[in-house]
Design a protein around this ligand. Structure first.
Ligand code: DLL
Length: 435
């Protein structure tokens, strides 16, 4: 195995005691900061009967109130700011698919720390100043492009800020500029791989060695597909606008979960219904406290992402806690005839049966009963218009889905290229019940 590369080795590999000391000190200072500067959060603390003097370290975290998406909406746009606008230098914003957009503010200090986090992710994927890093996440209000771009500069890579879209030009740049690292959503990486194939290019024709893919839930099967079709190692990266953007957590060479940058974020897992903090290893909702963000200091922010945490030793040498791949957001979770279904579980079944990740999940309701239909593209190799063959293939998938989900789904095999491709986050679910 190639030697592990670190961006800030000392802190990335610090002892548990050192990390805890940093977290405790920063948490205490952060709580004082919000008490003094964020009236919205101070009111929440007062309502819960907690004051800054009550917070001495992580063990007191549970005393603090949670922040949720609803708080962000209620306080929109300036109500949660910790610094005056004159000290802020940038905003980013979410796409707002689930209600009002979130607008996050950054001081120069915040940008600097965020870019460090992204630089750590690039180094963990083997990146050095000799690499050419093609940033194909969207630029603009979305955090993906700006975050990885900043991280790539910090590492000293030659940075190609190409943004998403124009897929053939992406491939031309990868070839002509010898890009070695690709940053984009996993669904866009899969689309790039598909387009390469159509252009008669094989993995040997491109110099890429690693990809840093995130911003949406993706399965291990999809990772395997992307790694094979692009001839790279595919690393996961996690983050959200409220906490800065990509780089809250990132994968190392071990690919056994993502290290959370614990010198900046304290993670907890809670039961989403009772809000009780769960022990290490339990699956639940991920909650983050940003301990040194100035302009938008999120305390106990409920992400709605469902995963688990582990402190088991990692072979890469990093000591920061790891989060397992999130299954998806609790609000992505579909409840169909009373059964909880994550789109990523459906993806696993499809890819295990040799299909690509081009699918759509349609949920409806007929006579008070939920219906689930999975439309999936046949690959060009398996494409046939023999009705008997198609029916057999559909039946296999119905059985596979039944054993994964415990639910009977309708499966429709559709022609290659008939489902729209995504250049950013893929939209996999159409739920007509809500309309
Ligand atoms: O998606 C930030 C980002 C950009 C992360 C580029 C990684 C790479 P938002 O648009 O605010 O920010 O969406 C955040 O996306 O709460 C998760 O539900 C989901 N998400 C992000 N990364 C992952 C991942 C960016 N690696 C929301 N796996 C989060 C699964 C992810 N879900």
């Amino acid at each position: 195995m190639a030697e592990e590369i670190y961006y800030q080795r000392e802190i990335e590999c610090a002892s548990r005691e050192e990390i805890k000391k940093i977290q405790d000190e920063r948490l205490v200072a952060q709580i004082r900061h919000v008490w003094e500067n964020v009236p919205y959060y101070r009111k929440k603390m007062e309502k819960k009967g907690v004051r800054p003097e009550d917070i001495h370290g992580q063990e007191d975290l549970h005393k603090l109130p949670f922040l949720s998406k609803k708080d962000l909406r209620d306080a929109y746009p300036y109500g949660l700011m910790g610094k005056p606008l004159s000290e802020c230098v940038r905003i980013h914003s979410t796409s707002g698919t689930t209600g009002k957009r979130v607008v996050a503010f950054y001081t120069q200090h915040d940008l600097d720390l965020w870019e460090d986090c992204c630089a750590r992710a690039i180094c963990a994927a083997g990146g050095t100043k000799d690499d050419v890093c093609q940033v194909a996440y969207g630029f603009g209000l979305f955090t993906g492009g700006a975050g990885l771009n900043g991280g790539s500069h910090k590492v000293g890579c030659l940075t190609v800020p190409i943004s998403s879209g124009n897929t053939e030009r992406q491939i031309m740049f990868i070839q002509d500029l010898s890009a070695t690292i690709l940053c984009c959503t996993p669904s866009y990486a899969a689309y790039l791989a598909e387009t390469m194939k159509e252009m008669d290019l094989s993995p040997e024709d491109i110099p890429l060695k690693a990809g840093i893919f995130g911003a949406e839930a993706w399965s291990e099967e999809m990772r395997h597909d992307i790694e094979t079709t692009l001839g790279i190692k595919a690393y996961d990266i996690y983050g959200l606008t409220e906490l800065s953007g990509p780089g809250v957590a990132f994968e190392c060479s071990a690919q056994q979960g993502m290290h959370i940058n614990e010198d900046h974020f304290i993670a907890e897992i809670i039961d989403p219904d009772t809000e009780e903090v769960l022990p290490e290893g339990s699956e639940g909702e991920l909650v983050f406290t940003a301990i040194d963000k100035e302009a938008f200091p999120m305390i106990r922010y409920r992400t709605r992402d469902i995963c688990s945490l582990t402190r088991e030793k990692c072979s890469c040498g990093r000591t920061h806690i790891r989060m397992q791949k999130p299954k998806g957001r609790s609000d992505d979770m579909l409840i169909i005839r009373g059964v909880n279904v994550f789109p990523s579980q459906i993806e696993t079944v499809l890819l295990n049966h040799g299909y690509s990740a081009n699918y759509q999940i349609v949920v409806g309701r007929v006579k008070n009963t939920d219906t689930l239909e999975v439309k999936v593209e046949m690959t060009p190799e398996m494409f046939t218009d023999n009705v008997g063959d198609i029916e057999t293939k559909q039946r296999e998938l119905v059985d596979g889905l039944k054993s994964m989900l415990g639910l009977k789904a309708k499966v429709s095999l559709v022609a290659p290229k008939s489902i729209a491709r995504s250049e950013g986050k893929a939209v996999r679910v159409v739920d007509t019940r809500k309309i």
